[in-house]
Design a protein around this ligand. Structure first.
Ligand SMILES: [Zn+2]
Length: 744
């Protein structure tokens, strides 16, 4: 058979959950992503950016061109990820926009698709949330790409009839579904009245994932009988699975063969559509070099085999959908999705879907109480929003829908939009009323974000992605409280306490909630960070920025002697995200024996209680003071506590001076022969040596001093008994009659 042309659409769904600490809106270091700062940065380098700059090599191995994969793909970037890329790599973000523009130039229509805002499972959302999540996704797209979105990617392709009908209502023209989500199809002209739902047997053919012909797009008719419809492109199951799990992405010839096999399965007369859809991270992150192979296939090999890369909008213009389809409704009519064989069970119950093999004996009973806890907060927040919002906003839900236009804009723009919905009370209420309105909307934003589906997708309540959504819930509860409401914390914690982790630690969702709430940056904590930096510096002048806001200090009083210092005064904290302003009185102290303390807003905060990110900011200043003036033993102990989880993340420029400080603390503790502070504190001494690491390498001055101090200590009985292990690690011969310890 002669090769017939194929319309190839490769869709990449690119997405990351909101990884920012919600209280600061900044990404914290994720040590598991080392040597990168965090997972976004790592996957960006391996995938998002890599696909924007793909090398095409010639046979001699030279770079013949650098291409933008996105300009040949159908793609969607989740708003939370696109926002991160825009903030962190504007040039790569620009390449995404240009890819869409290139396609408009080449094909007449763009290839970028929108996505529901926070990657929720849309069928599980309330009707109001469904609308807002879709609208905010469309707003984000319009703002970014400068055009209205024609297509929208449903997270996990999760759909029920309400979802698809809302898409039509919002002006979306097409989406992508999995073959198993199509229940029945019918050819044009085999029925009397388009869209009339009663005619179940009128020309319909039942299909399943193997029998549905994915070589054409289908119409899904709006149930209101208006004749409006959504075009649905169905991805090719075998091809997409091969890309996801097989070797296809490594080998251009195999990719071409798989595309041809897919085309051959279709019975359509026109050039068949071959739609391959997968998580975009497959291209370069999950599968190394898949980015290059995709480019090679799309740009070089494909056209030789009459494979014509296009996008869905262009395909639909050339081949409008004429056949109709019915949606598989899933158990209890709750909907279906591409990554769960049990409707949308994966996102609210222990349906059996998980990453780990069943023989490990894990379960996902935790999903139901987690969903219930989020729903409980969502419902309380919605009630409060409606009541309190009605005082300030003419149409609170309408205002929330519109807020998507400005959600990441500066506060003045957000306020201006809310003013267009304002009641006389908002207009007359000044800054206080504006702040209240803004807080209400920010609370709603948080409740939308906490439904990111990855919180439910994986295996355990204590996993990273689940902790992210629980942290967003804790943040949303804080905002509800700030706005004057009462978050249902007891009820939530009771529910979460029944969500049990599979890990040996046996923690529950309630434990996770309490842990992630430790990331909270209260106004007191923001001020404490700034004040502790000041009290650590000799003249109280050090400036450390507090994450997520601006701390302005007035009336500062500094008292400083070598062994004691204090800084006190009044500070104003302005939150960057919500714009709320808090006045905080503070008194920070340093004492050579007691260490650092700050009383802010009546709360005593010690730096060792602060989160890793704050300690990272403070550590260089605090260590300097400890090395200069601290009591050797207590300083060593405090320094080690402060450094926990902060060092060793791969950034030597930051780590090296810190290691030097630990080496100095070791030297101070070893100075003084039999009376040296570290005599009797062997564990502390070896821990200091471990943390100092390369700062105590052979040949360094610090190492020489450490050996010399230790020689004096070893001259005493007590010294030998206490610091023998350290001595062995520093290269001293073992005392006569002992076995030599293996060198570390
Ligand atoms: Zn499932």
């Amino acid at each position: 058979m002669a090769t017939r042309p194929i319309a190839l659409v490769v869709h990449g769904h690119f997405y990351q959950p909101p990884r920012e600490n919600p209280w600061s809106d900044e990404l914290e270091t994720e040590p598991s992503a080392s040597p990168f700062h965090d997972w976004n940065a790592r996957i960006h380098a391996e995938c998002y950016r890599a696909n924007a700059y793909v090398r095409i090599h010639d046979r001699a191995g030279h770079i013949s061109s650098i291409e933008n994969n996105y300009s040949r793909m159908s793609f969607n970037f989740g708003p939370t990820l696109a926002r991160w890329i825009e903030r962190n790599d504007p040039r790569a973000h620009e390449r995404l926009l240009r890819a869409d523009a290139d396609q408009r130039h080449r094909l007449g229509v763009g290839g970028a698709m929108a996505q529901a805002y926070a990657h929720p499972i849309v069928p599980l959302a309330t009707p109001a949330d469904r609308r807002t999540q879709l609208l905010w996704g469309l707003s984000d797209f319009r703002r970014r790409f400068g055009r209205a979105a024609a297509g929208l990617w449903l997270p996990e392709t999760a759909a029920d009839e309400h979802t698809l009908a809302t898409l039509i209502d919002l002006g979306v023209r097409y989406t992508i579904l999995a073959p198993e989500q199509i229940a029945a199809v019918r050819a044009p002209g085999t029925h009397h009245e388009a869209g009339a739902r009663s005619e179940i047997n009128d020309g319909w053919t039942l299909v399943d994932r193997d029998s549905v012909d994915t070589g054409r797009a289908y119409r899904w008719m709006h149930p209101d009988g208006s004749g409006r419809f959504l075009s649905v492109a169905v991805f090719d199951g075998p091809l997409s699975r091969q890309v996801a799990f097989g070797e296809t992405t490594h080998d251009a010839a195999a990719f071409v063969a798989a595309i041809r096999a897919s085309g051959a399965r279709s019975k359509v007369d026109a050039p068949p559509l071959v739609l391959c859809a997968s998580d975009g991270e497959l291209f370069g992150h999950h599968r190394k070099f898949a980015d290059m192979n995709l480019a090679f296939t799309a740009f070089v090999e494909g056209p030789k085999h009459r494979i014509d890369p296009t996008n869905l909008a262009a395909y639909l213009e050339a081949h409008p959908a004429t056949w109709e389809m019915r949606l598989a409704l899933g158990p209890d009519g709750k909907g279906t999705a591409w990554s769960c064989g049990h409707g949308v069970g994966r996102w609210f119950r222990d349906c059996g879907c998980s990453m780990m093999p069943p023989e490990r004996g894990w379960n996902q009973h935790w999903r139901a109480p987690l969903r219930a806890a989020l729903d409980c907060l969502q419902s309380a927040a919605a009630d409060f929003f409606e009541d309190a919002g009605a005082h300030l906003l003419v149409d609170p839900w309408g205002a929330r829908d519109a807020y998507g236009e400005v959600v990441d804009a500066p506060i003045a723009e957000r306020d201006a939009l809310l003013a267009t919905f304002g009641t006389p009370a908002l207009a007359a209420g000044g800054e206080r009323a504006r702040e209240s309105a803004r807080l209400l909307l920010e609370m709603q934003r948080a409740t939308l974000l906490m439904y990111a589906s990855c919180g439910f997708y994986f295996d355990d309540i204590a996993g990273l992605e689940t902790a992210l959504v629980i942290r967003l819930a804790a943040y949303a509860a804080d905002l509800l409280k700030d706005a004057g409401g009462t978050p249902p914390l007891d009820e939530m914690l009771d529910l979460l306490a029944t969500a049990k982790s599979n890990q040996v630690s046996g923690e529950t969702g309630a434990d996770v909630f309490r842990q992630v709430a430790g990331d909270r940056i209260s106004p007191a904590r923001a001020v404490a960070t700034v004040a502790l930096a000041k009290v650590a510096s000799p003249d109280g002048a050090a400036e450390v920025a507090s994450p997520g806001g601006v701390v302005a200090i007035a009336d500062q009083v500094v008292e400083s002697r070598a062994e004691h210092a204090s800084v006190s005064g009044m500070a104003t904290v302005t939150s960057a995200r919500t714009g709320t302003v808090n006045d905080v009185r503070f008194h920070a102290t340093w004492d050579k024996d007691a260490g650092f303390r700050c009383v802010a807003d009546g709360v005593t905060i010690a730096p060792e209680q602060l989160g890793r990110e704050d300690r990272r900011r403070l550590l260089p200043l605090l260590l300097a003071r400890l090395v200069e003036q601290g009591a050797p033993l207590s300083s060593a102990r405090l320094a080690l506590t402060l450094g926990r989880g902060v060092l060793g993340t791969g950034d030597e420029a930051v780590d090296a001076p810190l290691r030097d400080a630990y080496a100095q603390l070791l030297l101070r503790g070893l100075d003084g022969g039999a009376h040296a502070a570290l005599v009797g504190a062997a564990d502390l001494a070896t821990e200091l040596m471990d943390v100092a690491g390369s700062a105590l390498a052979l040949g360094t001055l610090a190492r020489a001093r450490a050996e010399e101090h230790l020689a004096e200590i070893l001259a005493t009985e007590a010294g030998r008994a206490s610091l023998g292990r350290l001595a062995a690690r520093l290269g001293f011969a073992p005392p006569p009659g002992t076995k030599s310890a293996p060198a570390a």
